[in-house]
Design a protein around this ligand. Structure first.
Ligand SMILES: Nc1nc2c(ncn2[C@@H]2O[C@H](COP(=O)(O)OP(=O)(O)OP(=O)(O)O)[C@@H](O)[C@H]2O)c(=O)[nH]1
Ligand SMILES: [Mg+2]
Length: 419
């Protein structure tokens, strides 16, 4: 699972990345601080109790000791029986209006977003920067315009890719009809991670809104509309309404209502607040849980923090109350489990002990699509496991399940395979 952070410069993309991955990257109040992409892993909470809890209950009910029955994640961790699942974040350079014509840093860097399952646009709702990311004093801006220009630039990027060889693609329509164009689009966009079903969905959405004509007659505007639909299906876009700590309510509401009306996901966020909370937590100055609307100052914190630092933390407390947390937990949770309809499943090698070959309990928590089958999971683990699939076991119920059985969130699965 990979999510790209996009937006105009100086909105807080790198601050969000640094907060959520706990990797130090450059952050500054001017445009184009980031040039090369930052890639790192953030951890999100599964929506169910860790299956290790069920394992312990079973062992306890059979009268055995449960000491040491804790899951041992290969990546991620487990916190009070809530499994934290890894998600890759990619933070890229800022995009400005006209990027496809080479403005700002152009849009070449967008290929860094290849293979992303979704994008989060970080918007500066505080109106402290113009569309190019330069700080402004008058605090007037239009967050909807900021959202729309980005959508258009992303489409121009896709248009640039499909235009390269368009006539070749169009010729295939003469012999193969729509299928020829879909195949052409798939071949051209597979490099940025497009899947065939996404191309089909994007193409059909485009077709349903357009008057019929043959592709060799399509002008740039019409092709841009096709690119808009393809972007929507390949890279669904969600919004972090950032700098909400210093935003005017009307600016915030404007963009929130706009995005919600499109049935997309948006939450007010405060990236630098999340960053400060994570840093203070790491220094053992406070106790803060991701997603929470408050924190407590530790005994160590009470001893070490200066009165200035304490009043800084009190300001942060006010921000958390005002926004209802920093917004990122809700944003990412909703994107992954509702919009992208992912579930978390735990493949294991031993169906009784729920361990892998090395004795690790529930080492992997995989994010897969909601209707993933047992065989689909086998392929997600390894192609050989999929090719040699014989049967699987639902370890919670100990029932044997077939290749087409659809998995549920929180399932623990043992796959039997020839390989
Ligand atoms: N008030 C406020 N400031 C923020 C917030 N998030 C980030 N900032 C500030 O915004 C400025 C830009 O942050 P960056 O993370 O470097 O922005 P960016 O989008 O990565 O910028 P580029 O790499 O130039 O595209 C910095 O001064 C941050 O401290 C926030 O939630 N609230
Ligand atoms: Mg940056």
């Amino acid at each position: 699972m990979k999510i790209g952070l996009v937006g105009k410069p100086n909105v807080g993309k790198s601050t969000m990345f640094a907060a959520l991955t706990e990797i130090n990257v450059e952050i500054a109040n001017y445009p184009f601080t980031t040039i090369d992409p930052n890639v790192g892993i953030t951890l999100i909470k599964a929506r169910h109790d860790c299956p290790a809890k069920i394992l312990r209950e079973r062992i306890a009910s059979s009268g055995r000791k449960t000491d040491g029955i804790e899951c041992t994640p290969r990546t991620g961790s487990c916190n009070n029986d809530i499994r934290l699942v890894p998600v890759t974040l990619v933070d890229v350079a800022g995009l400005v209006p006209g990027a496809h014509e080479g403005k700002g840093r152009g849009n070449q860097f967008l290929s860094d977003l290849s293979q992303c399952d979704a994008l989060i646009q970080v918007i500066d709702t505080s109106c402290s920067t113009d569309l190019s990311g330069n700080p402004i004093a008058n605090k007037e801006c239009d967050p909807i315009k900021e959202h729309e220009f980005l959508i258009s630039e992303l489409a121009s990027w896709i248009l640039g890719i499909i235009n390269n060889g368009w006539m070749r693609g169009v010729r295939r329509v003469q012999s193969e009809g729509d299928k020829g164009l879909i195949n052409y689009l798939f071949q051209t966009l597979t490099g940025i991670g497009a899947k065939e079903n996404q191309i089909i969905i994007g193409f059909n959405n485009f077709k349903s809104k357009e008057e019929t004509s043959t592709p060799w007659d399509w002008d740039e505007e019409k092709k841009h509309r096709l690119a808009l639909e393809l972007r929507e299906s390949i890279f669904p876009l969600y919004v972090a309404a950032n700098k909400a700590d210093v935003a005017k309510k009307e600016d915030l509401d404007k963009i929130i209502n706009f995005v919600k009306n499109k049935n997309s996901v948006i939450f007010p966020t405060a990236a630098d607040t999340e960053l400060a909370l994570r840093r203070a937590t790491r220094a053992n100055l406070i106790k803060y849980e991701f997603g929470s609307t408050d924190f407590i100052i530790t005994e160590h914190g009470k001893k070490e923090l200066s009165s200035n630092q304490i009043s800084g933390l009190e300001k942060i407390r006010t921000i958390l109350l005002k926004i209802g947390g920093t917004g990122f937990n809700e944003l990412i949770d909703k994107i992954i489990f509702e919009s992208l309809e992912k579930i978390v499943v735990y493949p294991v090698q031993d169906e009784n002990k729920w361990i892998d070959g090395e004795g690790k309990i529930l080492p992997d928590a995989l994010l897969v699509d909601k209707k993933t089958t047992a065989k689909g999971l086998a392929y997600a683990v390894h192609t050989d496991l999929g090719d040699g699939f014989i049967k699987a076991v639902d370890c919670k119920s100990s029932r044997i399940i077939g290749s087409e059985h659809e998995l549920n969130d929180g399932d623990v699965i043992k796959i039997h395979s020839k390989s």
